[in-house]
Design a protein around this ligand. Structure first.
Ligand code: IMP
Ligand code: MG
Length: 331
């Protein structure tokens, strides 16, 4: 078995959907599996010139690859069926391609009501936290308990171990800075957003081949804590970068990238392929900066920042490739 992983290195919204979509178009994947989170995620994907926003459904469906909502996820039936219908209406064979691990947990109406009252964390109000709480409290409902999911259920073991030559692409949601253990608790999500989290869905560690760590060349965060410093440039980043939440439409707070936090995420996840997205936004802003060792470092332009980052990252024992992207639909 071979498994590649796509995950976020910052606070979500690093454009992981774009990377998954591109990998699906080229790879020989037999399965794409979402490994964590629920419909708090919003993955923006440009497919054949059309914009799609998926919350639950993995990006494999755009290339006819069987796509599974893994056992590490929580699923809201309303949102799930809504998304299937939207994709079908756009000519994507989602109904045929998508399945749900029978041991994935269910987000109920009560979970959504309870999360709807959150004001402390600034959640997406999609019932994510309460659903995971009930899972760990052993009070949760599983997908297999829901008649509406009957036609979609799979057993991960039967699915991945019955045949040889299985190649899985794991699609992560959120990012390292929102990880329940490694993020800035309590301003985190309720799931794990790491390579280890992908493994929890039922594949052996030996299967891991490439880990695609996705970052933006600046940072954004959505939630209750204060993240954006004073300064007009951050409003400019927000506007030029079109930094609005794909799930809630909230403005994302912006800041310069923190290289130390990034390298921590690279190491802990064993990133092999590192992508810096949204280079075009800094180009348009005309300022090239990031934090390194608590200093704000200034660069003359794109070439200088690329050279610094490529050489800095080459000291990492796991990273083999560094990519810079200034394009919405490909690296
Ligand atoms: P929850 O995951 O809805 O409980 O929200 C917890 C925190 O994670 C909040 O700060 C959310 O804004 C943030 N969050 C959850 N999912 C995403 C995402 O897909 N992108 C960005 N932030 C997210
Ligand atoms: Mg998003």
């Amino acid at each position: 078995m071979i498994a590649d992983v796509v995950l976020g290195l910052q606070h979500g919204d690093e454009a992981k959907g774009k990377i998954t979509h591109q990998l699906c178009s080229k790879g020989n994947y037999t399965h794409v599996i979402r490994f964590n989170g629920g419909c708090n995620a919003g993955h923006t994907i440009y497919h054949e010139g059309k914009k799609f926003v998926t919350h639950h459904i993995p990006a494999g469906v755009f290339y006819g690859i069987p796509s599974i909502i893994g056992p590490g996820c929580v699923v809201d039936p309303d949102q799930f069926f809504k998304e299937i219908a939207e994709l079908e209406a756009a000519g994507i064979e989602a109904e045929f391609l998508v399945s749900i691990a029978k041991n994935a947990h269910v987000i109920t109406d009560l979970h959504k009501e309870e999360d709807g009252e959150d004001s402390k964390i600034g959640t997406t109000k999609r019932g994510n936290g309460p659903a995971y709480r009930d899972k760990y409290d052993r009070k949760g409902l599983r997908a297999e308990d829901m008649p509406c999911f009957e036609d979609y259920l799979v057993d991960i073991y039967e699915e991945l171990y019955a045949e040889p030559n299985v190649e899985v692409l794991f699609e992560g949601a959120q990012g390292f800075g929102l990880d329940i253990d490694h993020g800035d608790y309590p301003f985190v999500t309720s799931s794990h957003c790491t390579t280890a989290s992908a493994l929890l869905n039922g594949v052996p560690p030996q299967a891991i081949r490439n880990v695609w760590g996705v970052a933006k060349i600046y940072e954004t965060y959505v939630g209750a804590k204060s993240f954006q410093p004073e300064g007009e440039v951050f409003n400019a980043l927000q506007m030029v970068g079109e930094e609005f939440g794909a799930t809630t439409g909230r403005k994302r707070q912006c800041n310069w990238m923190n290289l130390n936090s990034l390298m921590k995420a690279v190491r802990i996840n064993g990133v092999t392929d590192l992508v810096f997205n949204k280079m075009d936004v800094l180009e348009e802003i005309g300022e090239w900066k990031f934090y390194n060792n608590n200093n704000l470092v200034h660069f003359d332009g794109e070439e200088q920042i690329k050279r610094f980052l490529t050489s800095h990252v080459s000291n990492s024992p796991t990273v083999s490739n560094v990519y810079f992207s200034g394009n919405k639909d490909r690296i």
